[in-house]
Design a protein around this ligand. Structure first.
Ligand SMILES: Nc1ncnc2c1ncn2[C@@H]1O[C@H](COP(=O)(O)OP(=O)(O)O)[C@@H](O)[C@H]1O
Length: 179
């Protein structure tokens, strides 16, 4: 049987750098990893119950989304990029990366996206309160969670290099396990 590749969840408050990390990681990975931007998938495939005008976000249809992702997660070799992670079953994840960013910097990044003030405030508070990190801690074994700073291009490079190192180790460990 060919070796399975890992499932890496990259999560964090909107604007912390998930898509940027996922894209670079996909390019740098020693094995093929398919970057799945979950928010985009929800939008493209209509896995939602409509658009909430007040929050400018989709109300996600969890059943449809999980049905779509289940076979992909079972096969492995994916990066799940989303601002929440608690919906994904624990058995899917090999590594959960939570990106963190200074809230002033995050505010500026979200302003550049032309988010409404209310949405910027909500996300900013969530970042300060470590909502996504807590969600990850409540949902997955602590030893597979890493909390990484994403404020500079140096952080970005270091984070991607560290995840690549983790992938190499994971591949070795899992090869040994399967023999
Ligand atoms: N570590 C970083 N250093 C500098 N800029 C970053 C970093 N991470 C993200 N950014 C910038 O912040 C913005 C939001 O990044 P993005 O990857 O779209 O975030 P997310 O996917 O979490 O919403 C982009 O303009 C991106 O270039």
């Amino acid at each position: 049987m060919p070796q399975r590749y890992p499932v890496i969840i990259i999560t964090g408050t909107p604007g912390t750098g998930k898509s940027t990390h996922a894209q670079l990681l996909q390019d740098a990975s020693p094995v093929p990893l398919n970057h799945i931007n979950v928010g985009q998938l929800v939008k493209d495939k209509g896995f939602h119950h409509g658009f909430d005008q007040q929050w400018e976000s989709y109300t996600v249809d969890e059943d449809k989304l999980l049905d779509e992702l289940e076979p992909l997660a079972s096969a492995g070799g994916i990066i799940l990029d989303w601002h929440t992670c608690e919906m994904f079953p624990e058995r899917w994840a090999d590594l959960v990366v939570v990106l963190r960013c200074n809230h002033t910097m995050l505010w500026e990044r979200l302003e550049k996206r032309n988010y409404p003030l209310k949405k910027i405030q909500e996300n900013n508070e969530a970042e300060i309160m470590e909502v996504v990190l807590q969600e990850a801690r409540d949902s997955y074994p602590q030893q597979i969670i890493v909390d990484l700073k994403s404020e500079s291009s140096e952080d970005l490079e270091n984070n991607v290099a560290n995840i690549v190192e983790w992938i190499n180790q994971w591949l070795k460990d899992n090869k040994e396990d399967s023999q």
